[in-house]
Design a protein around this ligand. Structure first.
Ligand SMILES: [Cu+2]
Length: 278
């Protein structure tokens, strides 16, 4: 029985290691300039935790086998632990996890505490039950003010614009797809119309919650490689899924939109088409 248990533990360990090492379920391709640093940090954390996991599991299997009941009537010895050893591995674990956190913090801070460079392309993204909408400031480079009382999904006024009276709102472009050019920094202001949502594009390695009443800026740059891939073989190249990853109501499962990464020229053309359709 002890041998069987030890073998099952060893088998679970081996299968788990295989699934990670062979990348059976793994990240999709990275299409952002900051993604490589995030992937590197993830791999490093996974490797260190993986080694500890394997050692701990194999240790468990070994002890189960070594100290099995051998039918010789030996009494069990109870131990109340060893303070020296406890202090040693608690300290080692603390150093390891704080160290990994500090390393990851640098990458996090570069994305979240450092603003976008001046001249970044500014777009607004609004999450609402159960859709995403995007707003471009238009030729004047300014977003028109939002009037909460004017928000009306039935007429497509998702952002509550007053195009008649606000000069800066006249040329705003509202879309259901997030179109961006490659190799240019994009700054997105995330807003929620109703409840908590979360903006996630796996390939961008961008994941950020949205809360009603707060505007949360994120920024990233899509690499030229983004033109050669997609979220799904059925989608055209350059197209990636934007999903909501906060359970936000009954229709949460269908709350998604698409990111369309284009060359600078295609992006300009696309934006003109969107402007014409307002
Ligand atoms: Cu949502």
């Amino acid at each position: 029985m002890a041998l069987a248990f030890a073998l099952v533990v060893a088998l679970i360990t081996a299968v788990s290691v295989y699934i990670f090492a062979a990348h059976v379920w793994w990240f999709p391709v990275n299409i952002s300039t900051h993604g490589a640093a995030i992937d590197h940090q993830f791999n490093l954390t996974l490797l260190i935790c993986g080694i500890i996991f394997v050692l701990a599991q194999l240790g468990l299997a070994w002890f189960v086998f070594k100290y099995r009941d051998q039918g010789d009537g030996r009494k069990v010895i109870y131990s109340h632990g060893n303070n020296g050893l406890e202090a040693t591995w608690t300290t080692a674990a603390a150093i390891l996890f704080i160290g990994l956190n500090l390393m990851g913090y640098r990458i996090w801070a570069a994305m979240h505490f450092t603003g976008a460079a001046p001249g970044a392309l500014q777009i607004e993204a609004q999450g609402q039950q159960f859709a995403w909408y995007f707003r471009y400031p238009g030729p004047d480079g300014q977003f028109g003010p939002i009037h909460v009382d004017k928000v009306d999904d039935a007429t497509g006024n998702f952002f509550g614009l007053d195009r008649e009276n606000d000069a800066t709102a006249k040329d705003d472009i509202v879309t259901a797809t997030l179109g961006i050019p490659v190799n240019r920094e994009v700054e997105i202001f995330l807003r929620s119309k109703d409840v908590g949502h979360s903006f996630f594009v796996r390939e961008l390695r961008v994941h950020q919650d949205l809360l009603p009443g707060i505007e949360i800026p994120i920024h990233f740059t899509a690499t030229a490689d983004a033109l050669n891939h997609s979220s799904d073989p059925k989608l055209p190249n350059g197209t990636y899924e934007i999903v909501c990853t906060q359970l936000c109501g009954l229709g949460h499962y269908k709350m998604r939109a698409f990111l369309k990464v284009m060359t600078e020229q295609d992006y300009e053309k696309w934006l003109q088409q969107q402007a014409a359709a307002q």
